[in-house]
Design a binder for this molecule. Structure first.
Ligand SMILES: Cc1cc2nc3c(=O)[nH]c(=O)nc-3n(C[C@H](O)[C@H](O)[C@H](O)COP(=O)(O)O)c2cc1C
Length: 211
């Protein structure tokens, strides 16, 4: 039995309808090459509202977004380089230039900050997981809305320069950013993940392959 057969048996949704419903998700592709226009503020607010539907144990909203456009991108670029140099004072100039360039790729960047409530009974790791879900929600929402989106990061996302610029508090953590804009060019086609190979099932106390 395949996973899809199983889904068909357990739900009132037929296979055709299931595949049609999943098509936008299965065909989603991150967009490396982006151009203007990016989402305007009203569109962005709708995308962020969608992102904020992330599963959230305790309704803590343990994340926040920082929208970066225009001059803000230069300031962020400088802070990324400073953050890298805090960690590695001998940072290669070419690496520094590449880091700064990361902020010039997209019309809009949305920085994703995990902002856990460390006094809450819900574990911090769960809250960071929620923040990560919000990141995927934003990528997915943008893609569904017809924008190009890609979650990006840098090897150095901590340090005084970044926490100062973004006013990060002690327990906050930058999880990277989502680049947003109009898709420019097509990316490679993703190979199917073959989820069945990532999946096992518990049969009594035995773990078996699924499908
Ligand atoms: C936290 C996080 C950080 C990432 N940082 C980068 C990055 O800096 N550069 C990059 O090329 N891809 C990065 N990725 C991966 C891309 O966003 C993207 O998922 C990957 O290229 C696969 O493409 P797809 O989303 O179309 O399957 C990151 C993903 C996550 C979740």
């Amino acid at each position: 039995m395949t996973i899809m057969d199983d889904a068909e048996q357990q739900t009132p949704v037929g296979q055709d309808r299931l595949q049609a419903a999943l098509a936008p998700l299965l065909s989603r592709r991150s967009a490396n090459a982006l151009e203007e226009p990016g989402p305007d503020d009203r569109q962005l607010e709708a995308l962020l509202e969608a992102a904020a539907t992330a599963p959230d144990h305790g309704w803590i909203r343990p994340y926040r977004f920082v929208v970066v456009r225009g001059d803000g991108r230069q300031a962020l670029g400088r802070a990324l380089v400073e953050a890298a140099m805090e960690a590695d004072p001998l940072l290669d100039a070419a690496v520094a230039a590449k880091l700064a360039a990361k902020t010039r790729i997209a019309p809009v960047m949305v920085l994703l900050v995990a902002s856990p409530d460390v006094t809450h009974k819900v574990a911090v790791w769960e809250q960071v997981a929620t923040a990560s879900c919000a990141g995927f929600g934003l990528v997915l929402a943008a893609d569904l809305a017809g924008f190009g989106a890609m979650w990006k990061s840098a090897p150095w996302l901590a340090g005084r320069a970044l926490s100062g610029l973004l006013r990060l508090t002690e327990h906050e953590q930058l999880l990277g950013w989502v680049n947003l804009g109009t898709r420019a060019g097509t990316g490679p086609t993703r190979r199917p993940a073959e989820a069945r190979l990532l999946t096992t099932r518990l049969d009594g106390d035995t773990v078996l392959p699924w499908g």
